[in-house]
Design a protein around this ligand. Structure first.
Ligand code: 6GU
Length: 238
């Protein structure tokens, strides 16, 4: 999977994507991340990439020509088959379903918005899909792009152990059950006896109950999409 990121602050991406699992995925050639500075496509002597909004109002708007020229120059004829994503708090909210959809492509282009927004002609000309990562406001789309790269990369075959993928919440529709490891007692707190029992059927049943109760308490909206058995329903009702 190749990511092409268009930004005026490429330095933001130096840290978070170059450690741990994503570092190894890049070393193995499973994922590559290419950063492009939009300012390299500015044409005036100040290398401007923003200007005042037509119609007035506060702040600055990112200009269309440098962004469109940058994306066309880097993607070339592949632009046709490549999803172009524009990161903005007014986009559709990104989730695991969208991640799975994006992970089917060999290449993605991500445009990071700054200032008060991006000239809307960028969205129209590049047929871009606008995405947000949640209901809060970041100073720019860079961290949102990094989140999307992280989430999509771990769905690329070979990046993580397939068993970790299958069990996780947001796929099953349930939150994770609580986990414990050594030491057996810490600050006077033990570990649930059942986990030390060696009875794998009862452990699986306990974990299922924990996941169901946690999901009901914290994310009842997720329960609606979960695959619930009759036994699950009895537990939630009783
Ligand atoms: Cl994509 N951009 C900004 N600036 N803020 C956000 C966001 C994106 N997603 C959530 N908040």
């Amino acid at each position: 999977m190749r990511f092409d990121v268009f930004t005026i602050f490429p330095g933001i991406f130096a840290g978070p994507l170059n450690e741990s699992i994503l570092k190894r995925a890049q070393e193995q050639g499973l994922v590559s991340i290419h950063l492009h500075n939009i300012r390299d496509w500015a044409t005036d002597r100040h290398r401007s990439v923003d200007d005042e909004p037509y119609g007035g109002g506060p702040g600055m708007v990112m200009m269309a020509p440098p962004i469109v020229h940058a994306v066309e120059a880097i993607l070339g004829p592949e632009l046709e088959q490549t999803p172009v994503i524009l990161l903005t708090p007014s986009g559709e909210v990104f989730n695991q379903d969208i991640a799975r959809e994006l992970a089917q492509y060999p290449r993605l282009a991500l445009i990071c918005g700054r200032y008060e927004g991006i000239d809307d002609r960028v969205r129209v000309i590049l047929r871009a899909r606008e995405l947000s990562i949640g209901d809060y406001v970041l100073t720019g789309g860079e961290l949102a792009a990094a989140v999307i790269i992280d989430v999509v990369s771990r769905l690329v075959p070979g990046v993580i152990d397939p068993e970790s993928l299958a069990e996780e919440s947001h796929t099953s529709g349930l939150l994770e059950y609580p986990q414990y490891t050594r030491p057996p007692v810490f600050r006077g707190l033990g570990v649930p006896d059942i986990l030390l029992s060696g009875n794998h059927a009862r452990i699986a049943e306990w974990r299922r109950q924990q996941a169901l109760c946690r999901t009901r308490a914290r994310r009842p909206d997720l329960l609606a999409r979960a695959q619930l058995t009759e036994k699950d329903r009895r537990l939630l009702e009783g």
